[in-house]
Design a protein. Structure first.
Length: 897
């Protein structure tokens, strides 16, 4: 492409405004260039009495006095006069008019015709123009000849006196195929053959900035000023310009007679819009060229006059100053085009064009839907055509968005050498594949293997004080619990809890015959969701006494009880009793106060809810996410699980927490479901609030392995408070202050490590005052303090765990030696990140309707058939703890809350 036209914009000079410098033989006065004209609203014959620099809105219907310049706004208004003068100036016109819409402008012009007159018009005009012409034909005795105006030869035979040709109506480029009409040649031919006929041009696609047809022989030009002239899609308007005084007089008469003149307020808005016309359209045109070249380079048939092979490009270059900001392309498949349009984010789906925002549409389904399909086909309008109307957004963002949409829609795919267009046959294959994948989804959920995970939590600030209504801050940790539910065919229900030590290798394993379960004990109201959510103690008792009597280990019993209870309630509701085994394992230390039971509850409930089809993983197109997401709540790149899915899982996880703990606060399961950071205030409805902007932080979690009784620790604080309400009350208030400051810091941009370290020390000191620390926790503090790190106990103290903030810039060698020292002392340190994602579900490869690349065979391990499913479970048990997280992450695509 030559940039000639693009760079000529600035040099273009039109209008009646000479530069202010004095004329001299050596330095003649030069006319201003187009963008200067646009920005300069000056009408020497309409001076404002106060010298206002913006034209005021004369919001009045009438003007006082007799014989003044204005009397009634239908006939004329100063704001409108300013606008009309301005539009005429930038259109190389002597006369300008503004009316209520582009169609009103055409209607005004067509009223110049009389019954018996004939009009020649294009066959690829704006739909509204066709509609109005059809109306005149049936109601006003006007003959309309539609011809292919891109070929002047088709017009010439009609240019005969006996044909009464009174008007030739042209549009160039046409919309949406951007066909070029040689306005200059046609005008010349018409003038020679039927001199009385008026050449009328709809210049909406170009605007006066890019094309001024009056300079090429047109008699009357109109624009839908709703488009580029106003530029912001905030008003409807039409403008008409002409140089012939006789025609102008008639137009002024019609506008006054019909009352379609533009209102003062809209005149003001339009005048304001025109000031930036050159600036906007310059940017829009250059981005359009980039977009057109991009689509063209991918091999899509692309319609844009700036492309080297565009038909009649040289004609366009002769009569205009640029290529405009509308282009269209065809993908080869209507379905693919529909998916492209649906997949864009920055390009909004909308009719019209000319706005500062970019728009995308499918003309056959939208703007041209009123034209019969057969006519569209006859005019060569492809049903899969996509029209792009380019705005002023950054071109890189627009291209990125378009590229992503093309990929998501299966119109292009990535290869080692870059993007390639998917040919229609491949497109169809992609479609079939998508259908196959969708059909795969029809496998009943209880016949699939489900893999889920949920994080543990740490209380960062506010433990113990939380009992007295002071908020506590909790966050997810990157140590997680994982569960796999595998279908089986032997009418048996199994559990395998790998972390529950019952004195045998591989943890606790148990099986129950489904028919042997006490189904009669499941309350009938369990078909009601409310009935499920309220714990049924009778059913719990029956399961405990009749089914779990032979299990002596307390943890194994409680975990089995929680699992069986939810299974039976959901089974009773669904009327199905699918056989399955649930295996669960954590990288979290169990029983250390880090929310392992809540993450187990979330894993168990989400697995069972998936099996019974009560929650569903997203079936829309999802980008692949082969590895676990980073521990950053704010910018997880992975697909999102829906809020409804999260809420539902949380309700049932809370139920299981009740079975495991009696009276859970709801913090742990909420963190395990939602991830990130939460503020919890006891006893308040809506007492859980997400900490917005919570960023991932590194912490060392140290399990001192000194378990203490949480209840007695809590009771101890209560006793102190009873004895010394003032002193202890003051400590609690100090903790509140720490929490408030910490919440603020945790949600703030920037490095908060130093402030947080100070708050950690402060909070710990208050906990010492409450008497809940322990010599081993103080020992951990001593070790870490030597390295300049701040440590506090976490949780009520029962788990004997400490948290140490590890700033990002803390040296790796020091970190290794802290860890080594803690290990030497018999403690178990875990390096973790807090604030990462919540519940995760492995969505099988190919849940994506539209894979980015040709899909690879599904990872054998996650196929749902018995053999390979069993292999996954075997590996799940065999992997070492440090390997577990990354191995599970690599099984396929994960979606997270
Ligand atoms: N001319 C063209 C080329 C158009 O695209 C449109 C509207 O889309 C019009 C005229 C009619 O303009 P308005 O909608 O302002 O009446």
């Amino acid at each position: 492409m030559t940039n000639k036209l693009t760079f000529d914009f600035a040099a273009t000079s039109v209008g009646d405004l000479p530069t202010p410098e004095p004329d001299s033989p050596y330095r003649p006065r030069r006319p201003y260039r187009f963008s200067t004209l646009c920005a300069t609203v000056e009408n020497p014959s309409l001076k404002d009495q106060y010298g206002s620099s913006s034209v005021p809105i004369y919001q009045t219907a009438t003007f006082k006095g007799v014989g003044g310049e204005y009397d009634y706004t239908r006939s004329g208004n100063p704001t409108r006069s300013h606008l009309e003068h301005h539009v005429a100036k930038i259109s190389s016109a002597v006369h300008g008019f503004s009316v209520s819409s582009g169609m009103a402008a055409l209607d005004t012009i067509l009223r110049l015709l009389k019954p018996g007159d004939a009009i020649i018009a294009g066959d690829d005009l704006y739909g509204g123009t066709n509609r109005l012409l059809a109306y005149l034909r049936t109601h006003a005795g006007i003959t309309v000849h539609h011809v292919d105006t891109t070929k002047p030869d088709t017009i010439i035979p009609l240019l005969k006196t006996e044909n009464n040709i009174a008007m030739v109506l042209l549009e160039s480029p046409t919309n949406p195929l951007l066909k070029i009409v040689d306005i200059a040649t046609i005008a010349k031919e018409v003038k020679e053959r039927v001199p009385a006929a008026l050449i009328v041009v709809d210049n909406t696609m170009m605007s006066p900035f890019l094309q001024r047809p009056l300079e090429h022989g047109a008699d009357v030009v109109y624009d839908s000023a709703t488009k580029y002239l106003s530029g912001h899609h905030d008003l409807m308007a039409g403008v008409i310009t002409c140089n012939r005084d006789d025609v102008a007089k008639q137009i002024a008469f019609i506008i006054n007679a019909t009352g379609n003149g533009l209102t003062p307020f809209d005149s003001f808005l339009l005048l304001r819009g025109t000031k930036t016309l050159a600036l906007r359209l310059n940017q829009q045109s250059s981005t359009s060229m980039l977009v057109a070249r991009y689509l063209h380079s991918l091999g899509f048939p692309t319609f844009y006059p700036g492309l080297p092979d565009h038909p009649n490009r040289e004609i366009h270059e002769r009569i205009s100053n640029g290529y405009g900001a509308v282009l269209s392309f065809s993908t080869g498949s209507k379905d693919v085009s529909e998916r492209v349009v649906a997949a864009t984010r920055l390009w909004s789906v909308s009719v019209s064009f000319g706005c500062v925002n970019s728009l995308i549409s499918m003309p056959c389904a939208m703007s041209h839907a009123s034209i019969p399909a057969a006519t569209r086909a006859a005019r060569g309008l492809p049903e899969d055509l996509i029209r792009l109307c380019v705005g002023i957004e950054d071109s890189a963002d627009l291209l990125d968005d378009l590229e992503r949409a093309l990929i998501d829609a299966g119109a292009v795919r990535r290869t080692a050498t870059g993007l390639v267009r998917v040919q229609t046959s491949i497109g169809e294959a992609v479609q079939k594949l998508a259908e196959k994948e969708a059909a795969k989804d029809e496998i009943p959920p209880h016949e699939k293997q489900w893999v889920v995970s949920a994080p543990g939590k740490v209380i960062l600030f506010g433990e113990h004080a939380v009992v007295y209504g002071i908020p506590a801050l909790a966050a997810s940790v990157s140590l997680r619990c994982y569960a796999i539910s595998t279908p089986r065919t032997d009418n048996t229900l199994g559990v395998h809890f790998l972390d529950i030590d019952v004195g045998q290798p591989g943890g606790f394993k148990h099986e129950w015959s489904l028919s042997g379960l006490p189904w009669d004990a499941v309350p009938s109201q369990s078909s009601q969701v409310e009935g499920e959510v309220a714990l049924n103690h009778q059913l719990l008792d029956v399961i405990s006494s009749q089914v779990l009597a032979d299990i002596s280990d307390a943890n194994a019993r409680q975990a089995s009880l929680a699992f069986l209870y939810l299974y039976m309630v959901l089974a009773a509701h669904s009327g199905q009793r699918p056989a399955l085994t649930l295996a669960a394992r954590a990288t979290l230390p169990v029983g250390a106060g880090l929310g392992s039971s809540a993450s187990f509850s979330v894993c168990t409930s989400s697995s069972l809810l998936l099996v019974f089809g009560r929650i569903r993983v997203p079936s829309q197109s999802l980008p692949a996410s082969p590895s676990p997401p980073p521990a950053s709540s704010s910018s997880s790149p992975s697909p999102k699980l829906s809020d409804a899915l999260a809420q539902c899982t949380n309700i049932y996880a809370f139920l299981l927490e009740k079975i495991l703990h009696g009276t859970p606060s709801g913090v742990d399961n909420s963190v395990a479901v939602f991830g990130g950071g939460l503020q919890y205030t006891k006893g308040q409805s809506g007492g859980l609030e997400a900490i917005e902007g919570f960023k991932a932080l590194r912490f060392l979690l140290t399990d001192t392995r000194v378990p203490r009784n949480t209840r007695s620790l809590v009771a101890g604080v209560a006793e102190r408070l009873a004895k010394d309400p003032n002193g202890v009350g003051q400590v609690l208030e100090q903790i509140r202050e720490v929490v408030v400051r910490a919440r603020h810091k945790l949600g703030e941009e920037g490095n908060a490590a130093t402030v947080l370290a100070g708050l950690i020390d402060e909070n710990h000191a208050h906990l010492v005052d409450l008497g809940v620390s322990h010599p081993s926790l103080e020992d951990v503090r001593d070790v870490t303090r030597k390295y300049g790190l701040a440590t506090k106990l976490t949780g009520a103290g029962g788990g004997g765990c400490a948290v140490t903030l590890v700033p990002d810039d803390f040296s790796e060698s020091s970190l290794s030696s802290v860890i080594a020292t803690l290990k030497e002392k018999g403690y178990v340190p875990y390096l973790t990140e807090v604030g990462g994602p919540g519940l995760g579900i492995l969505i099988a490869q190919g849940t994506s309707v539209l894979p980015l690349t040709p899909p690879e065979p599904a990872t054998p391990e996650i196929e749902s058939d018995g053999e390979s499913g069993a292999q996954t479970v075997t590996l799940f048990a065999q992997k070492s703890k440090p390997e577990l997280g990354s191995w599970i992450g690599s099984l396929g695509d994960w979606a997270y809350v």
